[in-house]
Design a binder for this molecule. Structure first.
Ligand code: ADP
Length: 294
């Protein structure tokens, strides 16, 4: 159970202003992993995620990811406030942002702002800390070699997890072959860009002024195409979004094949999180990539 008084005390301490709402607020639907509440004292509004205490590190990493994106001053994210333990629960507190409708040109602006966020780079791929993708651990050990990073810390990690989850057989055989052959598809030498990392349609919205907003990042520094690829995996992004992005930072040749390679990571993660419904899609993607390598 969440000890809400402990949450409110930690909000007061982190913000430097006493926070004592009368109720624990209203639930917000839509998340895949955590419980979410909006809590307000009438003056300030916070969005609070809660989960089992074992998820504290996950929330600390999300807090750090929101801070990393906020520091760029590009795409708006909820301002992170604090994470901690309260009762036998872990919690994460950020600014509550009232969603709204996109303003005129809002989708193109989102594309341009994403490109501006991707212009924030660091020398190596990865990040200074690990985090999670959904609730799956995501390793971000820093590495100068992008194909090696993608092979080991993205596809290799998920394939090994799939084997532990019982998905042995053709998926593993074809997957191992792909790991040894796909670097041929990654010969375009991307820069390590700051990525949202989990940019499906449910994690982008517009605020009350109609400006773009992103939630729930799984931050690391990687090929910017990995973010764009994910926007195309489940859809929901307007054509103007892509036009805005390309206007700010055009894409380079070879993206269509790399897109499949990047989205394979998320499909393997879905296989591991949600089950065998994703198995044939994962196998089909691996086969089409192996065909493209030749
Ligand atoms: P989960 O970690 O469980 O996947 P999300 O971070 O995706 O949860 O949040 C679930 C939903 O709650 C989002 O899709 C969004 O609609 C809404 N949401 C997330 N963060 C905020 C926020 N700071 N203010 C208002 N609504 C939010």
């Amino acid at each position: 159970m969440v000890d809400w008084n402990a949450v409110f005390e930690q909000i007061s301490a982190a913000s430097g202003v006493p926070f004592s709402p009368q109720t624990t607020g209203s639930s917000i639907a839509g998340g895949c992993i955590n419980r979410a509440q909006r809590v307000t004292d009438g003056a300030r509004d916070f969005f609070v995620k809660t989960n089992d205490s074992a998820k504290l590190q996950m929330f600390e990493a999300e807090l750090a990811g929101l801070a990393e994106i906020a520091a760029t001053g590009t795409l708006r994210v909820p301002s992170p406030l604090c994470a901690g333990l309260a009762g036998n629960a872990a919690f994460l507190v950020m600014e509550y942002i009232q969603p709204g409708r996109p303003r005129r040109g809002g989708a193109a602006l989102a594309g341009r702002q994403l490109a501006a966020m991707h212009r924030h780079t660091q020398p190596q791929f990865g990040w200074y800390r690990d985090n999670t993708i959904g609730s799956t651990p995501q390793a971000n050990r820093q590495c100068a070699d992008w194909p090696e990073f993608w092979a080991q810390q993205r596809l290799g990690f998920q394939l090994a997890l799939a084997a532990r989850n019982g998905y042995t057989g053709p998926l593993q055989r074809r997957g191992e072959k792909l790991l040894s052959e796909f670097p041929a598809l990654l010969e375009h030498a991307p820069v390590p860009s700051l990525l949202h990392g989990d940019l499906w349609g449910g994690n982008m919205a517009f605020d009350g002024q109609g400006n773009p907003l992103i939630f729930d990042p799984a931050v690391y520094y990687g090929d910017r195409e990995a973010d764009l690829a994910m926007t195309e995996l489940f859809g929901g992004f307007a054509r103007d979004f892509y036009a805005g992005y390309r206007e700010a930072w055009p894409l380079v040749a070879g993206y269509p094949e790399r897109k499949v390679l990047y989205n394979l990571y998320h499909i393997l993660n879905h296989l591991n999180l949600f089950g065998a419904g994703y198995l044939s899609q994962a196998q089909h993607m691996i086969d089409s990539l192996l065909a493209a390598v030749r």
